[in-house]
Design a protein. Structure first.
Length: 61
């Protein structure tokens, strides 16, 4: 059976776990439609990116 040589302190254990925290999605409100979208991504419903029409908008929404 594996047994650790020494006790890991709470500080060292928590420092190891500091990278396990979940990050929130970086969303912002769209200026035209008012819906939330991911930053630096095309709005698939309107087809706009940075004020320019990039793709044809979807008609099935």
């Amino acid at each position: 059976m594996a047994v650790p040589k020494s006790k890991i302190s709470k500080s060292r254990r928590n420092m190891r776990r500091s990278h396990d925290a979940l990050t929130t999605a970086n969303v912002q409100e769209d200026q035209n439609s008012g819906e939330f979208k991911l930053r630096h991504h095309i709005d698939l419903k309107s087809g706009m990116y940075r004020g320019k029409q990039v793709i044809e908008p979807k008609d099935d929404f």
